[in-house]
Design a protein around this ligand. Structure first.
Ligand SMILES: C[S@@+](CC[C@H](N)C(=O)[O-])C[C@H]1O[C@@H](n2cnc3c(N)ncnc32)[C@H](O)[C@@H]1O
Length: 205
């Protein structure tokens, strides 16, 4: 099925050099929540850095990316860096019918839900719930704290373009991760707040 072009100017190597280093700590925190030997799917895997950081704890890892630029960057990185247990797929996290229910131990979406259209968030989460018993979500914490770090995050989201910022604003205005989990009656097993209270990790069961 043809995919809409969802590329942005900053996706690919620019994201890799500017944003990936900022997310290293976030990726370490996600890693601390994953049991060794697990299988996992990472929705909106971006440049693949989260997956690569999990490659030695996971047995089989799949990344899904809707941006062609991000997908081809991540796919190339996986091959050139020799991550043989990592597969990067081009596609939409809401439409993963090629995988049967419970195909993975974990479904992860790290800094993804805030940047998609509001109407896409529940379908993506439903698909994650279908694919894995454990869902790990990381995104902006709502309410945002009144500090410099939160102002910086808001500024960065604004730099990413008008549509991106509109999606970010709708994520914040709709209350962030917890209302999405409540709508799907997902029980939250663990919550962590970090990065000067700007970010929020939610693990569900
Ligand atoms: C901010 S990046 C985060 C990258 C990565 N998760 C990380 O932690 O480094 C969000 C990515 O989600 C992707 N994305 C947004 N909506 C998606 C969807 N419905 N399915 C798959 N990927 C999606 C975007 O193309 C973007 O590359």
């Amino acid at each position: 099925m043809p995919q809409k072009n969802r590329d942005h100017f900053y996706q690919g190597w620019l994201y890799h050099f500017l944003v990936d280093p900022l997310l290293r700590r976030v990726h370490r925190l996600v890693r601390s929540q994953v049991k060794p030997g697990s299988t996992l799917i990472d929705i909106g895997c971006g440049t693949g850095e989260l997956l690569f950081s999990l490659a030695d704890v996971g047995s089989e890892l799949v990344g899904v990316e809707t941006s062609k630029r991000m997908w081809s960057f991540a796919d190339r990185q996986a091959r050139t860096r020799g991550f043989n247990n990592v597969q990067i797929l081009f596609g939409d996290g809401a439409k993963l019918e090629n995988f049967s229910a419970g195909s993975f131990d974990y479904a992860i979406a790290c800094m993804v839900l805030h940047e998609m259209e509001a109407s896409q968030r529940l379908p993506v989460l439903k698909e994650m719930q279908r694919l894995a018993p454990h869902v790990i979500l990381v995104d902006y914490r709502v309410p945002s704290p009144a500090n410099l770090a939160a102002a910086m995050c808001r500024f960065i989201e604004r730099l990413a373009g008008r549509r991106h910022f509109r999606n970010y604003a709708s994520f914040i205005n709709n209350g962030g991760l917890l209302p999405l989990c409540e709508t799907l009656s997902v029980s939250v097993q663990k919550e962590l707040t970090f990065y000067s209270r700007c970010l929020h990790l939610v693990k569900t069961q």
